[in-house]
Design a protein around this ligand. Structure first.
Ligand code: VGL
Ligand code: ZN
Length: 202
């Protein structure tokens, strides 16, 4: 059968650790679940991502004895914000929110699994060059347009949206189905950067 698709929904990191009660809780992170459930089947292609770190991951403040959460350090690939331990592979915190309907997912993409490098974006790790494979998957399914939802607006959603624009996709971010971390104004900055890059924000 010819996969005659063009639009994909990309659901970013709707995992317990990013929801209230989680290790890196985003305010209202769980509030977006019903909206995502309502729209997911409207898209011909649906990809869900999971932040998926090994214990002792390089983005964890606990891996850097001289630093604390939210410190910014220099890694070989550039600046890196340090986070509390979160989304450790196989833990309950790394699981999808229990009310999120994951049956519609065509593909579940895990990212951030290399110990020494973080991956906010669903397309490239934080060195901005190591691919996750998502671009190839979407192209092989004839996808040209992406709608992004999920957590967090100012990190994984924004980095994914900006990479998608660079790769030539048409990108919409559905802000009502996203929530942000907002570290030192990072939410407003991300929104301006996405808008300037040509992301459609609705
Ligand atoms: C994320 C910080 C660290 C996200 C993931 O999903 O936005 N943020 N890891
Ligand atoms: Zn992470």
């Amino acid at each position: 059968m010819k996969g005659n698709s063009d639009g994909a929904l990309i659901v970013i990191d709707v995992q317990n650790d990013f929801c209230p009660g989680g290790a890196l809780a985003v305010d209202g992170g769980d509030e977006i679940v019903p909206a995502i459930n309502r729209i997911s089947r409207d898209f011909p292609v649906r990809v869900f991502t999971q932040d998926w770190h090994p214990p002792g991951h390089g983005s964890f403040a606990s891996s850097h004895p001289d630093n604390g959460p939210h410190d910014v350090i220099d890694m070989p690939y550039g600046k890196q914000v340090l986070w509390p331990d979160h989304c450790v592979q196989g833990t309950d915190g790394a699981a999808f929110h229990e009310d999120l309907h994951t049956e519609p997912a065509d593909m579940i993409l895990r990212k951030g699994f290399r110990p020494e490098i973080d991956s906010y974006s669903a397309f490239f790790e934080n060195d901005q060059t190591t691919p996750t494979g998502l671009e190839g998957y979407l192209r092989s399914r004839s996808v040209t347009d992406l709608t992004l939802v999920g957590l967090a607006t100012d990190f994984c959603v924004a980095w994914s949206a900006l990479d998608a624009i660079k790769l030539g996709f048409k990108v919409t971010v559905l802000l009502s189905a996203c929530r942000g971390i907002d570290l030192d104004g990072s939410l407003e900055e991300a929104i301006i950067t996405m808008k300037d890059a040509g992301v459609v924000l609705v």
